[in-house]
Design a protein around this ligand. Sequence first.
Ligand code: ZN
Length: 303
Amino acid sequence: MSTRLSEPGTITNAMTVDVEDYFQVAAFEKCIRREDWPRWPVRVEANTRRVLELFGRYRISATFFVLGWVAERFPALVRDIGAAGHEIASHGFGHERLTNITRDQFREGVTRTKHLLEDISGTAVYGYRAPSYSIGPTTLWAHDELREAGYRYSSSIVPIHHDLYGMPSAPRFAFFTGRAGVLEVPVTTVRLWGRNWPCGGGGYFRLLPYAMFRRGLRRVNRQDRSSGVFYFHPWEVDPEQPRVPGVTLKNRVRHYINLKRTAPRVERLLGDFRFDRMDRVFLAPGRADYPVVSLQTAEYRVQ
Ligand SMILES: [Zn+2]
């Protein structure tokens, strides 16, 4: 019997969704002012419900990193995510990249969002994901603030080079941050030809052939013997979303390419691998043997 296809193995990966709307992404921040957000047609509620329906069909539980801005407007959506057996986690309040705000503003945002999500869902919120994976060399204080605010884990670092984010020197797999003791679970990369390549979702998942992506995640499960972390956004399953004018070609490609392929590809992924919530995959008893790593803050030369 061939085992080439659909060989789940024993390793369970984490499925995650960053719950935000299409007009809140970093790629559009130069075209859409924050104060104009309320003018754009909201699609996040209907799109997140599509995702819930899809996960329901495959009977998988996932982690939803919900933006406080969304939770405040759609509390019933947050309750329904929790009622369907998924983990409610925090994506901060207003989707500001950490590199663009002060430490005080960060603290206020993650605290406010945690309380908001807990009040709505009636469950404790332990997980956090930074907008645009913006925990990096200049924002490592974030882990201390997360611990102070009561978070237990973060999934906010991508150990690759990228124009908007990335910390190539960070570990590829889960580790306790040295000072804060918060568990950081980097988004999945695959190690090939001496460097890390993205294998966690987002634009790459729509751009690259699915078979290539599957090979990468299999490699992580079989050779690294590690769980992967996959992510996508509700706006990625919405090819009909309004087009934002004035966007650069690069950002247009990044945001709009192959949107119609996301949902069918996620379905293939759900058929090819095992998935569960972040907390069950990474915080389960008996899984506390992660290394402790102190990340180095970037040094700056004063000119
Ligand atoms: Zn986001």
